[in-house]
Design a binder for this molecule. Structure first.
Ligand SMILES: NC(=O)c1ccc[n+]([C@@H]2O[C@H](COP(=O)([O-])OP(=O)(O)OC[C@H]3O[C@@H](n4cnc5c(N)ncnc54)[C@H](O)[C@@H]3O)[C@@H](O)[C@H]2O)c1
Length: 357
C-alpha cells in the first residue's frame, strides 16, 4: 500500500494509505507518552469505534465527542474540549487523535497545537475530503463569524492514517463533495488524474476499491509533495487553494449551512475557470473540459439568491488576500495553475456572475 513522506521543517511524517490500518493504529503511536485523547463525532464513533478501539488496545485512552458542523468549528467548542481534556487527565504527555472528517481534523489539530502549548496529534481522516486533503499538511484552525479558518496554527501530525474502508459509511453527498477536492488535484497538478476522473466516473461514484485507492493515492502524493516544498504557504502551497477564495465566500455568505465545503469549492473552481478564460490565462477548450468535469460530478445545491457583488466583496476578506489584493489561483491548462494577484474587481464580479448562471 502506498505511503508518502511529508517532509517539513516542523516534522517529517508519513501519510499511509492502507485498508484496515485503523485496527493497527497502535503501531503508529509513539511508544512513550501519556494518555491518548480521541476527538471524534458521534456518527463516526458509532460506525467505526470497534476497529479503532482494537487499534488502541492496551493504550490508556479517552473519547471526547465534538458536535461537528461548521457552526461548531469555533473557539468556544475548542475551549470546552480543552477543559474536558484537563478534567479527564490530560497533561503535557498526552496525544490527540483526530478521528473524523475535515472539521474534526481542523479542530482537534488546533486543540493539539495549543493544549499545554502543544501536544502531538495523529490524524485519522474518515471522509474522502479529509483523506485527500484536510488531514495532511498541518493546517489547523477554527472559523470566526466573519470568515472561515481565520484563527489557527500550523501543527504537523505524527502520521496520517488513511483507511479507505471507512468511506463505505460516508453519505453519498459527502462523498461527492470530497470528489470536488479530487477534481481540484487533477486541475492543479495531474492531467492523468483529470482524465481518470473523466473516463471512470461510474467506477469512481460506485466507490470501486481499486479506483478509490488510486484516486486517494494520487491526491495524497500531490499534497505531500506541495506541503514538503512549502509548509507555510509562502509560495507553491497556495495552488491547493484553487477555487477556495470564492468557495469560502459562498460558505460564509450562506451561513455555512447550505453548501458543503467541497460543493462550495466546486462553485469556486467554476468561477475561477471563467476568470482564467476572461483574463486570457486559459484556452476556451481547456475551460470547457474543466467545466464539463465539474458538471460530471455535480450538481451542487441551487444558488438562488446568491449575489455576485456580495461574493466578490467577500473574496477580499480571504486569508489569501495580501495588502488588499486577492492572489487568484487560476488554471492555465489541465494540470497547471498560476497565481495572479490584483485582478480588476469588475472582471471578478462578472466571472462570478457567469458561474452563478
Ligand atoms: N486543514 C486543511 O488543510 C483543510 C483542507 C480542506 C478542507 N478543510 C476543512 O475541512 C472541513 C470539511 O471537511 P469534511 O468535508 O470532511 O466535512 P465534515 O468534517 O463535516 O464531515 C462530514 C460529515 O460526515 C460525517 N462523517 C465523517 N466520516 C464519516 C464516515 N466515515 N462515515 C459516515 N459519516 C462520516 C461527519 O461526522 C460529518 O457529519 C471544512 O471545515 C474545511 O475548512 C481543511
Amino acid at each position: 500500500m502506498p505511503s508518502y513522506l511529508v517532509d517539513t521543517a516542523q516534522r517529517k511524517y508519513r501519510a499511509i494509505i492502507e485498508r484496515g490500518i485503523l485496527a493497527r493504529t497502535g503501531e503508529h503511536l509513539p511508544a512513550a507518552g501519556g494518555k491518548v485523547f480521541v476527538i471524534t463525532t458521534r456518527d463516526v464513533w458509532q460506525f467505526h469505534s470497534s476497529r479503532l478501539a482494537a487499534g488502541l488496545a492496551g493504550r490508556s485512552h479517552e473519547i471526547l465527542f465534538f458536535p461537528g458542523g461548521e457552526e461548531n468549528k469555533r473557539l468556544a467548542c475548542l475551549e470546552a474540549l480543552a477543559e474536558e481534556m484537563v478534567q479527564r487527565g490530560g497533561d503535557r504527555s498526552s496525544l490527540v487523535i483526530a478521528f473524523g472528517g475535515g472539521i474534526v481534523d481542523d479542530v482537534a489539530g488546533f486543540l493539539a497545537a495549543i493544549f499545554m502549548r502543544g501536544v502531538p496529534v495523529l490524524q485519522i481522516p474518515t471522509t474522502l475530503l479529509a483523506q485527500v486533503d484536510a488531514a495532511i499538511g498541518g493546517k489547523t484552525g477554527v472559523n470566526l463569524a466573519c470568515g472561515k479558518n481565520l484563527v489557527g496554527a500550523f501543527h504537523q501530525p505524527v502520521a496520517v492514517l488513511i483507511d479507505p474502508e471507512v468511506l463505505a459509511t460516508l453519505p453519498e453527498r459527502e462523498y461527492r463533495a470530497g470528489l470536488f477536492e479530487v477534481v481540484k488535484c487533477g486541475i492543479i497538478r495531474s492531467p492523468s488524474l483529470f482524465s481518470m476522473l473523466a473516463e471512470k466516473r461510474a467506477a469512481v461514484l460506485a466507490r470501486e476499491p481499486e479506483i478509490v485507492e488510486r484516486v486517494i493515492s494520487e491526491c495524497v502524493r500531490i499534497k505531500a509533495e506541495v506541503v514538503s516544498a512549502d509548509e507555510r504557504e509562502s509560495s507553491i502551497r497556495v495552488i491547493l487553494n484553487l477555487g477556495h477564495t470564492v468557495g469560502h465566500a459562498l460558505e460564509a455568505e450562506t451561513g455555512y449551512s447550505r453548501f458543503l465545503h467541497g460543493e462550495a469549492v466546486s462553485f469556486g473552481m467554476r468561477a475561477v475557470t471563467y476568470l482564467a478564460e476572461r483574463t486570457g490565462h486559459l484556452s476556451a477548450e481547456d475551460s470547457v473540459e474543466i467545466l464539463n468535469l465539474l458538471d460530471l460530478y455535480g450538481p451542487i445545491p441551487p444558488l438562488d439568491g446568491v449575489s455576485a457583488g456580495t461574493l466578490a466583496a467577500r473574496t477580499v476578506m480571504d486569508k489569501k488576500t495580501l495588502k488588499g489584493q486577492v492572489r487568484w489561483v487560476l488554471p492555465v491548462r489541465i494540470g497547471e495553475v498560476q497565481v495572479v494577484p490584483g485582478i480588476d474587481d469588475a472582471v471578478v464580479r462578472s466571472a462570478i456572475e457567469e458561474a452563478l448562471g
